[in-house]
Design a binder for this molecule. Structure first.
Ligand code: C2E
Ligand code: MG
Ligand code: MG
Ligand code: MG
Length: 277
């Protein structure tokens, strides 16, 4: 009886697993083709000064323009790109493309030059070549290093090998700034602030979501902002969708923010229209 049950379970599971496996293989082949054929585009989400409403920079966010599936969001292929190492060439392309584009805007712009924030995966940080790649991207783009922000997630910083710390130091020595993305969602956010040479805290959207309706979220959010201030770090609130959230964050003296309330991630052409009407 037990054996029969086991066999039934096997039969129930196998087709689904088989399908998932084949899908995974197909996606991997697709992604390899995408890297060769350059099927990626960047969107740029404005980062604004919460008190003046001025755009101070943009975050570059990748999209895969899949020939059959349409636009594939990063969450659906970045993990696979990390597993297979394809994130290394993809990430290099993102760095080069984003720095070049923002340098072009800055050359035309009258106001203060924009910053560009680029998300960096743990796999990229493992590469000794990353420092050279970033330096080379900045130089070919003609972008001042202090206009570049590299966004690192807390999960990435869980790995606190000496090499990681050394690499972050070498990146900072180029003159760029480091941000902790999705701050507050990791296991030991506060410890990272002591250990890593961070310049910017990005308050995770999950705090911003509830900042108006939930006293606990509000207290934590305002606490993070004050912590940033005490450590002389800039704070950026992520995922602002409503005026009420803006009021609460600006009232708490959060310096910068981004979210659908201001603008969604936009194509380069749409950002150009916004900057040069
Ligand atoms: P992230 O760096 O935390 O980026 C913020 C995400 O929140 C983006 O999703 C953005 O479109 C979304 N967002 C911004 N404002 C709002 C809002 O008001 N409401 C809501 N609901 N969402 C908002 P996206 O573009 O899908 O990117 C997801 C994640 O994928 C990013 O999270 C980042 O971790 C990763 N990612 C994106 N581009 C790259 C890349 O070039 N390289 C690497 N390694 N990761 C990337
Ligand atoms: Mg980010
Ligand atoms: Mg984030
Ligand atoms: Mg995120």
């Amino acid at each position: 009886q037990a054996k029969k049950h086991g066999k039934d379970r096997f039969e129930v599971f196998e087709p689904a697993m088989q399908e998932a496996f084949q899908e995974h293989i197909a996606l991997e082949a697709d992604l390899r083709r995408a890297v060769v054929r350059h099927e990626f585009e960047l969107r740029y989400q404005p980062i604004v000064h919460l008190h003046t409403g001025e755009i101070t920079g943009v975050e570059a966010l990748i999209r895969w323009m899949h020939p059959d599936k349409g636009i594939v969001p990063p969450m659906d292929f970045i993990p696979l790109a990390e597993e297979t190492g394809m994130i290394v060439p993809i990430g290099e392309w993102v760095l080069r493309e984003a720095t070049a584009r923002v340098a072009q805007w800055n050359a035309r712009r009258e106001g203060p030059p924009l910053t560009v924030s680029v998300n960096i995966s743990a796999v990229q940080l493992e590469q000794a070549a990353l420092v050279h790649v970033v330096d080379s991207a900045l130089k070919s783009a003609g972008l001042a290093p202090d206009r570049l922000v590299l966004e690192l997630t807390e999960s990435l910083l869980v790995d606190h090998r000496a090499a990681t710390l050394e690499r972050l130091g070498a990146l900072k020595a180029l003159g760029l700034r480091l941000a902790i993305d999705d701050f507050g969602t990791g296991y030991s956010s506060l410890a990272y602030l002591r250990r890593f040479p961070v310049d910017i805290i990005k308050i995770d959207k999950s705090f911003v979501d509830d900042v108006v309706d939930e006293p606990t979220a509000a207290a934590l959010t305002h606490g993070i902002i004050q912590l940033g201030r005490a450590l002389e770090l800039s704070t950026i609130a992520e995922g602002i969708e409503h005026a009420g959230q803006l009021t609460s964050l600006a009232g708490g003296n959060c310096e910068l923010g981004q979210g659908y309330y201001f603008a969604e991630p936009l194509t380069g052409a749409a950002i150009s229209d916004l900057l040069f009407p």
